[in-house]
Design a protein around this ligand. Structure first.
Ligand code: CTP
Length: 431
């Protein structure tokens, strides 16, 4: 059983071809090992100019292979033996020349040879390109990348930014932690392939004046975990986030908002473009009727006893984002999941909210107890009954919830592609 961010039990062949990004392969080896994988390093001759075998051997705890002529494995057939027990081959960095070799089916060195000789049906090949931006943009490279993808390889990244050569642009290898997460995601079941999912997360902030406001303790962790889990499960995901400082999950389009009104105005037009809506945000129920343009001053009582009275806040109710989405007409209405953060009587309150908001699934949790924590426990409430999800970390629960949602989705619910501004996932075809 694999836990949340874990590669326990996975055996990964990590291939290094030549490039400055070989320095990141050292950290990547540690990240994969920390996540529980066993790592077998295979290097090309070019890679050995950038990082030593000794370093990679020490970090992986296994002898490094770099030649098909060495008689290390039992029968001296490293190109066959190395991939047979592997769950995946990850080539990081994958140079332009290495990708060109793969595209042509050439096998001049052990690493290219074992990629070609791998049992493709059970040993996937993932490539993390790393090269100068001009090399990446060159039509020959783009042609080769398209070819290796057509041949079944998965391309991770590349990222964008400053490069070793001093230039700035596309072609940076993803960071070690990003590649680890991409590999973890790769192994997740694709329950939501072809679906589109809209998620709200975090608190909202309702301004009183330019420096003060009403908010709550929601950390956004559960909503971000659900966005990540849905993306890992193959969905195209849009995340509308209140004010939180959490990294955007890979491949997820994120739109930041502040107030409940902004969340409502953002979500309502997006909702009909999505097949599933998961409302995890802790939306403030009320906002000040009149946010002051200037800071409200605290007058001193000695100067003006009357002005020393604290101000009285008049509140008005915020629109209910979830209820509004679930009230959209058929054909525009996504399959709706609500969250009920309660401090008591979880099952009863969650069922009341299921009915009141007319949603397909309500997920109850004891809100105040879990705000900001990394773990949680959930109670799924729907027309069929109550299903508890026992305590676990939020990412594990998010993955279970995604599987539960997928199992309940009507097969006929044909998702609509979100508008063309949708960011393309970082895992997949480069744009
Ligand atoms: N919700 C929403 N917009 C609001 C209030 C709530 O979209 N203005 C959504 C939440 O994201 C959640 C669900 O409605 O999915 C339930 O939110 P909760 O705060 O638990 O319920 P309330 O309707 O606010 O009821 P109460 O505060 O009385 O428990």
């Amino acid at each position: 059983m694999f836990t949340s961010a874990s590669l326990v039990g996975r055996h990964i062949v990590l291939g290094l071809s030549g490039g400055v990004a070989c320095y990141k392969a050292a950290e990547l080896t540690r990240e994969l090992a920390r996540a529980g994988a066993t790592v077998q390093v295979v290097m090309t001759e070019a890679a050995s100019h950038f990082i030593t075998r000794a370093t990679m051997q020490a970090l992986s705890g296994r002898p490094v292979f770099d030649s098909q002529w060495a008689d290390q494995p039992p029968a001296g057939m490293a190109h066959i033996d190395l991939s047979r027990g592997a769950d995946a081959i990850l080539v990081a960095p994958a140079s332009a020349d290495f990708i060109a070799q793969l595209a042509q089916g050439r096998a001049g060195e052990l690493l290219a040879l074992l990629c070609l000789a791998r049992p493709a049906a059970r040993c996937p090949l993932l490539l993390a390109p790393a090269m100068n931006r001009e090399m990446w943009a060159h039509p020959a490279t783009q042609r080769n990348v398209a070819q290796v993808q057509a041949d079944g390889a998965t391309v991770l990244g590349p990222g964008s930014g400053s490069q070793a050569c001093g230039e700035v642009g596309d072609g940076r290898m993803l960071e070690a932690a990003e590649l680890r997460d991409a590999l973890v995601a790769f192994f997740q079941p694709k329950h939501l392939l072809g679906r589109t999912v809209l998620v709200t997360a975090g608190p909202t902030f309702e301004a009183i004046d330019p420096v003060r406001g009403i908010t709550n303790h929601s950390s956004g962790k559960m909503g971000f975990a659900i966005a990540r889990a849905a993306a890992e499960a193959g969905a195209r995901v849009t995340l509308v986030a209140g004010p939180v400082h959490l990294p955007t999950p890979a491949g997820v389009r994120r739109i930041d908002v502040t107030s409940a009104k902004q969340m409502y105005d953002t979500v309502l037009p997006l909702a009909p473009q999505h097949g599933v809506f998961v409302a995890t945000a802790a939306v403030a129920d009320w906002r000040p009727a009149h946010a002051q343009v200037q800071k409200i001053k605290k007058a001193t009582s000695a100067l003006s006893p009357q002005a020393a009275q604290p101000p009285t806040l008049e509140l008005v109710e915020n629109p209910d984002v979830l209820a509004a989405v679930s009230a959209l007409p058929p054909g525009q209405r996504p399959w709706c999941v609500g969250f009920a953060a309660e401090s008591e009587n979880l099952a009863a309150h969650a069922r009341a909210k299921l009915e009141r908001k007319r949603v397909q699934l309500m997920v109850g949790n004891l809100g105040p107890a879990t705000f900001g924590r990394d773990d949680n426990q959930l109670l799924l409430v729907d027309a069929a009954g109550d299903t508890p999800l026992p305590p676990a970390d939020k990412l594990s629960l998010a993955r279970q919830l995604v599987a539960e949602i997928a199992a309940r989705l009507p097969a006929a619910a044909s998702p609509v592609t979100p508008d063309s501004t949708t960011e393309s996932p970082r895992t997949g075809a480069p744009q």
